[in-house]
Design a protein around this ligand. Sequence first.
Ligand code: ATP
Ligand code: MG
Length: 196
Amino acid sequence: MRRSSRIRVSGLRLIDTHDARADDASQVESHGREDGARHNLPSQLTSFVGRERELADIKRLLATTRILTLVGAGGIGKTRLAIQAAAHLDTSAERVWFIDLAAFSDAALVTQAVASALDVREQPDRLVLDTLIDVLRPRRALLLLDNCEHLVNACALLAAGLLRACPGLSLLATSREPLGVSGETVWRVPPLSLPM
Ligand SMILES: Nc1ncnc2c1ncn2[C@@H]1O[C@H](COP(=O)(O)OP(=O)(O)OP(=O)(O)O)[C@@H](O)[C@H]1O
Ligand SMILES: [Mg+2]
C-alpha cells in the first residue's frame, strides 16, 4: 500500500510518497514538532532497519546513567541509532533536544550551539552557560549531542558543567571517541547485522 506523508527538511515541507511498511521515519515526526514540540529530532527520509536489541540496551542504560556516549567508527550508525532511541524514549524526559555538532570546528562554539538549539539568547554580561543552566535546571530533559568526536574536550567540559548544575538533565552523545567525562557510560555501537 502506498500513501503520502509530509516530511520537514530544514524548515521546508516536502511531500514524500513511500511504502507504508517503511514507516519508522514518520514515527520520529509523529512524536515531535506537530504535537507540542516534545523534541526537535530531524525527520528521516529512509526507514530504520533492525537494531531492536541495541535500542533496548540504550533505553535501559539511559534509565540509569546521566551521560551515555554511543561510540563507533564513522558510518556505523551512531547518529541514526541515537535519533531513533531518543524519539521513542519513555523516560521522564519532558523534552529532547538534538544538537548536531558536525559543522562546528571551534570548541568555543559548542555551548553556543546548544544554546541556539534551545533558543536561549545570550544576555549581556552573562556567560551563555549560566543562562543555559537557568533554562535546564528546573526541567527533565535529554540533550542529544551528535557527532562530538572533533570537540570531545569541549563537549566533556560542557557536559560536566550542565550535569552538575541540572539534576533533571541527561545526555546522549554520539562520537567516534569517548568524551572522557566523569560518570560517562561508553557504549560501543556494533555493526548493523542484516537478516540472512
Ligand atoms: N539502523 C539503520 N537503519 C537505516 N539506516 C541506517 C541505520 N543505521 C545507519 N543508517 C544509515 O547509514 C548512514 C550512516 O549512519 P550514521 O550517520 O548514523 O553513522 P555515524 O556512525 O553517525 O557516522 P559518523 O561517525 O560519520 O557521524 C546514514 O545514511 C544512516 O541513515
Ligand atoms: Mg554521526
